[in-house]
Design a protein around this ligand. Structure first.
Ligand code: PLP
Length: 341
């Protein structure tokens, strides 16, 4: 484990590329080792060699480096890495108490919505929905349901609606709710939700943060490390055990070294593809926030810097079978679940 290298003014792309410049204190290695020990020895006086390292659920030196980097890139106070995006999201959502309500977008990553639908009832939680990309709908739903938590995903998988984060933060403040933002698609390269008023940022680190389709991982970043939801999310990881494996932690740090280059290039490619297909006779519509025709374009311009993300969807003229025919004829893209690789 290294120490901070005292270079506070470097740009985020440099911090990411250099893993915050942490060096191994024993050898000066610039690339950390994979820490595979399941446990840590105590000395003759029964003291730990280093405070905070007693057992590998959930103590791993690489978590420290990854979490310090994510904290810095998102502008929060603390971060946590998890075994999957779902483990991270559900650790935060398990901070809800019986009787409290959560407000979710109607369009969002399907498995997280299904998890809430499946478990919220038996845990005594209320669940309500709003139209993503529609502040008036969010405001009306919040006024009606008095949520403890508002979940936003922007741009939202798979239709890429854009929700105004500053407006959502205002709604959350008015109603005493916390605002949690799934920022998997923009990554801190394009949007930093905490700057817009979010309390928590969530990532499926399986996607752009890793960028190579070779791990499953998740992350949370907190605006305030003393927030009760954060304290419970930390306990959930430590006791619930949704910990990132040592090899996955290493691959995540390695992937993040090229995060800024990858996300910017993917955004340029997506915009070029979106423009190419807009108006194409075989395409009914192109869903991409970078197009002027997209309903969320103005908000995307306001809260996304340096690009509109690497994800777009095409609605193929001719319906389902025509769409499947196009998907099956793809030669460059691989037909596989996931994104950001
Ligand atoms: N959020 C978004 C936007 C996603 O695309 C995904 C996965 O596809 C998740 C959350 C869930 O993350 P994971 O698959 O890492 O558990």
């Amino acid at each position: 484990m290294g120490g901070k290298a005292g270079k506070p003014d470097l740009k985020p792309e440099s911090l990411s590329a250099q893993g915050l410049h942490w060096l191994d204190p024993a050898t000066g290695e610039i690339t950390p080792p994979v820490h595979i020990s399941a446990t840590y020895a105590r000395d003759e006086a029964n003291q730990l060699h280093q405070a905070g390292f007693s057992y590998a659920r959930d103590h791993n030196p690489l978590y420290r480096q990854l979490e310090a980097l994510l904290t810095r890139l998102e502008g929060g106070e603390e971060a946590l890495v998890f075994s999957s995006g779902m483990a991270a999201a559900t650790a935060l959502l398990q901070g809800l108490r019986p009787g409290e309500r959560a407000l979710f977008p109607k369009i969002m990553y399907w498995a997280l919505r299904n998890w809430m639908v499946e478990f919220s009832g038996s845990w005594g939680l209320g669940l309500d929905f709003y139209e993503p990309g529609d502040t008036a709908s969010l405001e009306a739903a919040a006024a009606q349901s008095s949520p403890a938590l508002i979940w936003v995903e922007t741009p939202a998988n798979p239709t890429w609606e854009v929700t105004d984060l500053a407006a959502a933060a205002q709604v959350a403040r008015t109603h005493g709710a916390i605002l949690a933002v799934d920022s998997t698609v923009p990554t801190p390269v394009l949007t930093r939700p905490i700057e817009h008023g979010a309390d928590f940022v969530f990532h499926s680190a399986t996607k752009y943060l890793n960028g190579h389709s070779d791990i499953v991982a998740g992350a949370l970043v907190a605006r305030r490390a003393d927030h009760p939801f954060w304290v419970r999310a930390k306990a959930q990881r430590a006791y619930g055990g949704g910990i990132l494996g040592p090899f996955e932690a290493w691959l995540l740090l390695r992937g993040m070294r090229t995060l800024y280059l990858r996300v910017r290039t993917a955004s340029q490619t997506a915009l070029a593809l979106a423009r190419h297909f807009e108006g194409h006779p075989a395409v009914a519509s192109v869903l991409y926030p970078g197009l002027e025709s997209h309903p969320g374009h103005a908000v995307a311009r306001k809260q996304m810097q340096g690009g509109f993300g690497g994800m777009l969807s095409l609605r193929i003229a001719g319906g389902r079978q025509a769409a499947l025919d196009v998907a099956c004829a793809l030669q460059v893209f691989t037909r596989a679940t996931s994104l950001g690789g």
